[in-house]
Design a protein around this ligand. Structure first.
Ligand code: GLN
Length: 252
């Protein structure tokens, strides 16, 4: 299903007398489970912050994936549940095929999404080269928030984005964000770790782009960015801006 937010965004910008965005990007979000609505909101905020027009494609079936999608988000949640939930419509299989067929197109995998990129299952080779240990910080009650140091280069904010998304046709609405606006003068990011996985440090054979103290919590392999925390639960959209920027840079 395609949800076009682009008209709203364009109208909003026009109402404020801004220049029409020069780029239109199409981003698919796996709507299996977990914090998917928050990612929908985050990517729209990020687009406004960059003065880009975005079309969010809510993916629920394999058939909804095609080559017009330019970038993907794999949200967090419960990776086992996501694998099971995807069976009826083969969504994950379709997503992994799409990633294999479009190796240069960017993908942002957060938490369970990072697990899926590392372990896509027996029919696909891993998209990030490392071993991941699920639930390795302990139980849900040991979830935490802590400052993460980010070395990934991410685009600056051109416009502030302030708007709320209403309920969708399934009556879902993104959670309200606490005011964790980025302090852009530092590289620290407010990392929210919810029953998060851990990357096995010695196994990492891709670029390390985010650390929590001395531990790697974000990696980049080509155009795949995998984070063990939840950037969509903050007001800091830098990783979503990265995704949009990669789409704009990608000529494949
Ligand atoms: N514990 C989850 C898993 O192993 C990941 C948690 C998350 O995405 N917040 O799939």
């Amino acid at each position: 299903m395609v949800t076009s937010y682009s008209n709203n965004v364009r109208k909003r910008l026009t109402d404020r007398g801004r220049v029409r965005p020069p780029y239109m990007v199409r981003i698919g979000i796996a709507m299996l489970q977990g914090a998917r609505h928050e990612h929908c909101e985050a990517i729209q905020h990020a687009a406004i912050e960059m003065n880009v027009d975005v079309e969010v494609v809510e993916l629920r079936k394999k058939s909804e994936l095609d080559s017009t999608i330019q970038g993907l988000i794999l949200p967090g949640g419960e990776s086992t549940t996501m694998r099971i939930a995807s069976q009826s419509e083969s969504l994950l299989d379709g997503i992994f095929e799409w990633i294999s067929n479009h190796p240069k197109r960017p993908v942002l995998g957060t938490c369970a999404g990072a697990i899926l990129l590392a372990n896509p299952g027996k029919n696909h080779t891993p998209f990030i080269d490392l071993e991941v240990s699920r639930n390795a910080w302990g139980r849900q009650k040991f979830s935490f928030e802590a400052p993460v140091t980010v070395s990934l280069k991410t685009p600056e904010i051109i416009h502030e984005a302030h708007f709320e998304i209403g309920r969708d046709r399934y009556n879902h609405k993104p959670l309200p964000m606490l005011n964790r606006v980025a302090n852009m003068t530092t590289k620290t990011f407010s990392g929210i770790f919810i029953r998060a996985p851990r990357f096995i440090e010695e196994s990492i054979r891709c670029e390390k782009v985010a650390t929590l103290e001395n531990e790697t919590v974000g990696v980049l392999q080509g155009s795949k960015l995998a984070l063990t925390f939840h950037p969509e639960l903050t007001n800091d959209r830098r990783f979503h801006r990265w995704l949009i920027n990669e789409v704009i840079d990608d000529k494949s």
